[in-house]
Structure formats: C-alpha cells, structure tokens
Design a protein around this ligand. Structure first.
Ligand SMILES: [Zn+2]
Length: 221
C-alpha cells in the first residue's frame, strides 16, 4: 500500500468536498479515539486520508445508549456479511440507527471485532500486551460520558477487508481502501458514533502503519 501526502492528493480533495453544509470537520490522529452525536437526518463522512486505515466504530441511540448497534441484527436484516451502500446499521432493538448512503471503498467488515490487548496477546504473543488497542480507545471515550466496559458491543470496522472464504474461514488481508476513499452514514435517529482509529500494527488492517482519518458531519443538500 502506497502512502501519500493527503494535503494535495486529488482523491482526498474530492472526498472532503462534501455535498452539503458542514457542521463538524476534524482530523482524528493515528491511534486516537473520537466521537460525535449525529442528529437524525445529518450525514457523517469518514475519509481514509492515507489509505488502508481501519476505523473501528460503535453506534448508540443518543438518548438511550442501552440501544446500540448489533452486527448480528444487521447481518440478518440485510442477509449479507459485508457493509456497503444501502446497508442499514441495525440496533439490538431491531431498528436502523444509520444507513450507508455512499461508499467509494465498496466493502467494510462487521464480523471480525475490535482489537484488544487480550486478543493481541493470544494472536501475536505476550510481548504485545503493552500495545495500545481499540478496546482501550473505546473505554477511554466511554469514560468521558459515564459509560463503561458494560457498554461494549459489537462493532463495525470501516475500510477493513475481512473476506469470508468458501469454507467459512475469515481472512484479515490487505485492504481495498486507498487515499480519499470514503463512506457516508446518514443518521435515521440521533446517533452517538464512537470510533477508534485502529492502532493495530500486527496485521495488514492498517498496512502496519496507522494513519490519520478525517470526519466530516454535514447536512446533505
Ligand atoms: Zn483495532
């Protein structure tokens, strides 16, 4: 995966020119957590600035966070394990919190889960115990609004390529994403979006080199 300087890359310039009025426009540094509430009707565009950067994501109904995104409910609702344009992002209460209205990457994962220090040590060895992981990012962000590990739920891995092989096995392989690829999420209800810009360096989900992503919340024209 070739890394680029996103500041003058034409695909990034196209991606950040959103079709609407911008409410929030922030760069999430490599390794960091970030969150926002997307009001019903607004859209959140996530832009992969350098390419091949997984963005782990949890969704909650903003007014009652016991209602949260369910990977299982989403897969059943759309009868497909991959997320792309048209996918509803369904809660444990069976309603769509958001749905994907545009997607230039083409495929996102929702079955491989988020990385944690516990899973890293199992997969990659005990020496990884001190490496920062998505679970730490989620708990850090949750703590700022009184949420805890009890609020952890199934997640989405934006821009992450996890093919399901014919025999049912999962691969975590080089990404399909590239600089300036983006995905748009339109909120169907006021939705709390919590992301971890994945710090993983032990598999190809971040090209072994975590990089910043850009978040633009806007009211579509
Ligand atoms: Zn991660």
């Amino acid at each position: 995966m070739n890394r680029v300087d996103p500041t003058d890359h034409p695909t990034v310039a196209t991606a950040v020119a959103v079709p609407g009025e911008v409410a929030v426009d922030e760069v999430v540094p490599a390794l960091a957590s970030w969150s926002t509430v997307v009001p019903a009707g607004e859209t959140l565009r996530m832009v992969d600035l350098h390419g091949n950067q997984a963005v782990d994501c949890l969704l909650y109904a903003a007014h009652d966070t016991t209602e949260r995104y369910s990977a299982q409910a989403t897969v059943v609702a759309q009868r497909n394990v991959y997320l792309t344009t048209g996918s509803p992002l369904v809660s444990n209460a069976g309603r769509s919190l958001m749905h994907i209205t545009d997607d230039t990457c083409g495929r996102h994962d929702t079955i491989a889960g988020a990385c944690s220090r516990e899973s890293n040590t199992l997969r990659y060895g005990h020496h990884t115990i001190h490496q920062h992981a998505c679970l730490d990012n989620f708990l850090h962000d949750h703590a700022q609004r009184g949420m805890t590990a009890r609020d952890m739920a199934s997640n989405i891995n934006w821009f992450m390529n996890v093919p399901v092989e014919p025999d049912g096995s999962l691969g975590i392989v080089d990404g399909l994403s590239a600089p300036g690829k983006y995905v748009d999420l339109r909120a169907d209800v006021d939705t709390l979006v919590v992301v971890s810009n994945c710090p993983q360096v032990n598999n190809p989900c971040n090209a072994f080199d975590p990089t910043p992503v850009r978040m633009i919340r806007f009211v579509a024209r």
